[in-house]
Design a protein around this ligand. Structure first.
Ligand SMILES: [Fe+2]
Length: 262
């Protein structure tokens, strides 16, 4: 059964993504040039739509100044170089350079992360997810409340600037029962789970520019508001649907007539 037109449209709107295994197909001719990819994408809601949980002023500065400057600086760094021919997600994996980041890495990472963050929130969001996302959260964290506690802890514990993520990670099938599961991690500056070989599903920006106008130094209140009022679980559901094309979250079922090959 298909995902449905609304879900396919939501998936199309997500920032570009390719699975970890293809991370070195960097100069494929079918890729859109990064200068086309890396424009300032509009937020999927009006600037005042998240008020009072995230103010219009915060979004105007966060999206209109910070996000815009990452886009502008990245394009300045790569224009006229071979890097222009790479997709944004490929460029930031390439630029991470085995933890010896290149000069353009921070801008590439911040453009991707902010696009991802903008789609992680929505007006009248938050509450609890349903369906398979809730099932996997309960399976991999014990309960929804345990997930919330761990996510809050990661976001609060990130020292200085960075992000906290819910993501899908491959597991070692010799050690764990399933081949993929959900996990939470914090990252510093522009680093994200994608460059570490995982598939991001949700993020919160914990750079001070994301919350200082609305919450000043009360990062914990910002994190609670993000969880209770802002998370777009519809986007997480769409991202999980896409992740399932690359990862198996369940036991591998061997057809009966294949047992002789084991
Ligand atoms: Fe930010």
């Amino acid at each position: 059964m298909g995902l449905g037109r609304e879900m396919e449209k939501l998936i199309d709107r997500l920032p570009s993504f390719s699975p970890p295994s293809s991370s070195r197909r960097k100069f494929a001719s079918s890729y859109r040039p990064i200068v086309m990819e890396s424009y300032l994408k509009p937020l999927p809601f009006e600037m005042d739509a998240l008020d009072p949980h995230m103010s219009k002023q915060t979004l105007e500065i966060h999206w209109g100044k910070h996000h815009r400057s990452y886009v502008d600086n990245l394009n300045k760094q790569i224009v006229g170089t071979e890097l222009e021919s790479m997709q944004l997600d490929e460029l930031l994996k390439f630029g991470y350079n085995n933890a010896n980041p290149t000069a353009y890495f921070n801008n590439a990472g911040q453009v991707w992360n902010h696009d991802f963050f903008g789609n992680s929130i929505k007006p009248e969001g938050g509450k609890q997810p349903s369906g398979e996302v809730l099932y996997l959260i309960k399976r991999d964290f014990g309960s929804f409340e345990a997930f919330v506690d761990e996510f809050k802890q990661a976001a609060a514990a990130q020292f200085g600037s960075g992000w906290a993520w819910l993501f899908a990670k491959k597991t070692d099938p010799l050690v764990e029962k399933n081949f993929a599961k959900l996990a939470i991690e914090k990252t510093h500056n522009a680093v994200n789970p994608l460059i570490l070989g995982h598939i991001p599903l949700l993020t919160i920006d914990v750079w001070e520019h994301a919350y200082y106008l609305d919450f000043q130094n009360r990062r914990a209140d910002y994190i609670s508001t993000f969880i209770d009022e802002l998370i777009s679980w519809e986007t997480v559901i769409a991202r999980l649907a896409r992740a399932k094309k690359f990862l198996n979250f369940y036991d591998v079922v061997v057809p009966l007539d294949q047992y002789e090959y084991l």
